[in-house]
Write a protein that binds this ligand. Structure first.
Ligand code: ADX
Length: 203
């Protein structure tokens, strides 16, 4: 939580503890933070993982850049400042989901290390960074929304990888090379890590 502008506010604490929620859910709450270039595969893997967890009876929910930018963050564009604010808001929402006992899967380019480290700090102990990594050339050849082509023709400004920076994670908990892994393999890798971290049960 940040430094509120409003005075005279008191945070009330829920009568239900996180442990109670986790006992009922039979898994822990956490944030899986997917970062990577546009078209690296963040949303695809996030949605498949959500389905796999849901099928196992778990509480999982995807927060996705394209969706959130239609609502909560519809006032933001792609300047460094707007991206920072986007990630700050989403980090707070993801933290609330984790406190509610969910496995919250956040899929955002989140190009700046400083912003990602801020959201890690909002979620102490239950934050896992997943670097969804494909070379720029591969993302550009996929170009599912035609955005790279527009960016190359200067029709989109500040486009990540072309005219705006992407700072790769130094120490992500997981790195997925999506030019080498199938979506199902990427999902399996994450599920194995969730067990290893004891977010979910099983070996
Ligand atoms: S972030 O940088 O603030 O984390 P976010 O993940 O919310 O970005 O949104 C990225 C999505 O917005 C991309 O998948 C793409 O569809 C779209 N988009 C539109 N303009 C840009 C841009 N200039 N740079 C990156 N993505 C853009």
């Amino acid at each position: 939580m940040g430094h509120p502008k409003s005075a005279n506010i008191t945070a009330t604490i829920s009568k239900i503890s996180l442990e109670q929620r986790e006992r009922r859910n039979r898994h822990r709450g956490c944030v899986l933070w997917f970062t990577g270039l546009s078209a690296a595969g963040k949303s695809t893997i996030a949605n498949e993982l959500e389905c796999a967890l849901f099928a196992k009876g778990m509480h999982a929910f995807v927060l996705d850049g394209d969706r959130i930018r239609h609502g909560l963050c519809s006032d933001l564009a792609f300047s460094p400042h707007d991206r920072q604010e986007n990630i700050r808001r989403v980090g707070e929402v993801a933290a609330l989901f984790a406190q509610a006992g969910f496995i919250c899967i956040a899929a955002f380019i989140s190009p700046y290390r400083a912003d990602r480290s801020l959201v890690r700090n909002m979620n102490d102990g239950n934050f896992y960074e997943v670097y969804v990594n494909a070379p720029l050339s591969v993302c550009e050849s996929r170009d599912p929304k035609g955005l790279y082509e527009k960016a190359r023709h200067n029709e989109i400004k500040n486009f990540t990888g072309i005219s705006a920076p992407y700072e790769p994670p130094m120490n992500p908990e997981i790195e997925l090379r999506t030019d080498k892994l199938a979506v199902s393999e990427a999902v399996e890798r994450i599920l194995r890590h969730l067990k290893k971290w004891r977010v979910v049960k099983g070996r």
